[in-house]
Design a protein around this ligand. Structure first.
Ligand code: ASP
Length: 320
């Protein structure tokens, strides 16, 4: 029987609802621990409760601990499953994708409804995640996110809905596979995979979203508050409001990498427009264009690239 390492980190999948008040909170005893016997016929499971955190409490320090735990304990297992709160699941998944160097599939899953709610999706998602983690076809695909019977790459998946169980989607590209009743089926392959070894996470990166009429004060604050990099969610195909430019230029002159993604949900950014704040000018100023990544993913990548023990050119790291 295939051996799967199941690492629990918390989130709604490990929570219960108070039937009187409707409050959902972490349980003293993780309900998943009593339920893992459901999967005895699927895999020989070794279960570890690494954290019991709501995912808004995750920081790059927990992500690093999780990555190091997997790297140190993966030997002897056919696959790894991680349960995680859905709010920041995509960030942890991408952090693992960039920092792990193991051959086995690594799969994250979670739940939108806690363990005792009607229509709770935790057990079904965990079952799918185990099926994916033990499948040989899942190897060499990067870290995967399995929710609602779909398989997504950590690189491009995002949470799109506050409560719906079909919340995890991959804009622009779609899922890479699906979990049918008993089979795992792939129909896309990720084109590029990166690996950046990290041993500590000390470099901080800010993320700002642009808006019509934005000025430079928030960008100045990034320079004044000890950040080592900025990711900015620009407008449309890759443009910024003119009043942000002096502050942005100042950051770049100071040597801070400024990476731009689009605040638009689909598509990639390009330097098309030739007006003040247009992509042509931004490129000339030294803004790095991150194609296809969301703001939160570009922030994780810039942090990892700034912290890696094997430095790389930052603009190369963000090429598609
Ligand atoms: N707020 C919860 C968390 O991320 C949501 C969930 O797990 O679905 O921990």
């Amino acid at each position: 029987m295939k051996k799967v390492l199941l690492i629990n980190t918390g989130g709604t999948i490990a929570m219960s609802e108070d039937q009187e008040t409707g409050k959902v909170s972490p349980s003293q005893h993780n309900p998943l621990l009593t339920q893992s016997s459901f999967f005895n016929t699927l895999a020989d499971l070794e279960v570890v409760d690494l954290f019991n955190l709501p995912s808004p409490h995750m920081t790059s320090q927990e992500m690093l601990k999780l990555s190091q735990y997997i790297q140190d304990h993966a030997a002897g297992f056919d696959g790894i499953v991680i349960t995680h709160g859905t709010d920041t699941l995509e960030e942890t998944a991408y952090f693992l994708d960039l920092t792990l160097k193991i051959d086995q599939p690594v799969v994250l899953t979670g739940a939108m409804r806690s363990s005792n709610e009607i229509g709770s999706d935790g057990l079904a998602n965990l079952r799918s995640a185990i099926l994916v983690a033990r499948a040989e076809a899942s190897a060499q695909r990067g870290v995967l996110v399995v929710m609602n019977e779909e398989i997504h790459t950590a690189t491009y998946v995002t949470k799109t809905h506050t409560t719906n169980v079909a919340t995890f989607q991959t804009p622009t590209f779609g899922p890479v596979g699906l979990v049918a009743k008993s089979q795992v089926i792939y129909f896309h392959q990720l084109m590029r995979r990166d690996y950046y070894p990290v041993t500590e996470m000390t470099q901080r990166v800010a993320l700002l979203k642009t808006y019509a009429g934005m000025e430079g004060d928030l960008i100045e604050a990034v320079g004044q508050n000890g950040y080592q990099g900025l990711v900015i969610e620009g407008l449309g195909a890759g443009n910024l409001p003119p009043a942000t430019l002096p502050a942005l230029d100042q950051l770049i002159v100071q040597g801070l990498p400024v990476v731009m993604v689009s605040r638009a949900f689909n598509g990639v950014i390009e330097d098309i427009y030739d007006y003040t704040g247009g992509g042509k000018q931004l490129r000339q100023m030294g803004v790095i264009f991150a194609q296809g990544l969301s703001g939160v993913k570009a922030r994780i990548k810039l942090m990892v690239v700034l912290n890696t023990t094997e430095p790389v050119a930052i603009d190369q790291a963000f090429r598609l």
